[in-house]
Design a protein around this ligand. Structure first.
Ligand SMILES: CC(C)(COP(=O)(O)OP(=O)(O)OC[C@H]1O[C@@H](n2cnc3c(N)ncnc32)[C@H](O)[C@@H]1OP(=O)(O)O)[C@@H](O)C(=O)NCCC(=O)NCCS
Length: 166
């Protein structure tokens, strides 16, 4: 891992938003958005915040479980908001929250949330250290603390799976 002096960056510097209109090609025969398509958008939205924060290439190391809370239909406007919750060494946890907006009724519903871990790499795939992220609001500090707890759960689960595979 390359060691370099890294300047901290605020969460708001890399927060990102992505919008998609659901087209027939994104949907199942009942005109509802495919879960796999939403997962693809979540990965992209998460990577945007990770790239912006790390200012490097990133790869997706893991995605925590995703619940699909409400169906999304063809023609709906899907908004995905992402932010870096916490940086560890070469990895960072990014939270993505997805909403469906009805632009006629001017309403928004929470569709899904996910936590993704991205690892920063150079062009040769070597891991890079990531600049620390500075939470500035109460909400950002809560996410920062929660991300530390989730990392411990991920690590012990990964360890358990590695042992089981031996
Ligand atoms: C993710 C990947 C880079 C990890 O590399 P590795 O050499 O096994 O990882 P290491 O044990 O050295 O850990 C590197 C970092 O990744 C984190 N990490 C590794 N596996 C992880 C997992 N499953 N979930 C969350 N974090 C993980 C480690 O905690 C560590 O973080 P830190 O540096 O902040 O402490 C590697 O497995 C990889 O390249 N996977 C494929 C990624 C990819 O192609 N994604 C697209 C989907 S196809």
């Amino acid at each position: 891992m390359t060691d370099q002096a890294l300047e901290s960056r605020a969460v708001c510097d890399s927060q990102s938003e992505m919008a998609e209109i659901v087209l027939p090609n994104d949907a199942n025969p009942l005109s509802a958005l495919l879960g796999g398509r939403l997962m693809h958008w979540i990965d992209l939205a998460g990577a945007m915040a990770a790239h912006r924060h790390a200012r490097s290439y990133v790869v997706t190391a893991s995605v925590d479980h995703i619940d699909f809370l409400v169906p999304v239909r063809v023609g709906d406007l899907v908004i995905l908001r992402s932010s870096v919750n916490r940086v560890f060494h070469s990895s960072m946890e990014v939270g993505v929250k997805v909403f469906v907006e009805n632009y006629i009724a001017d309403t928004a519903k929470h569709v899904a949330s996910a936590y993704l871990t991205f690892v920063a790499v150079d062009g040769a795939g070597k891991h890079l250290r990531v600049a620390p992220v500075v939470p500035e609001t109460d909400e950002q500090r809560r996410r920062y603390d929660d991300a530390g707890r989730r990392r411990e759960i991920r690590r012990s689960e990964l360890e358990r799976r590695r042992k089981a595979a031996r």
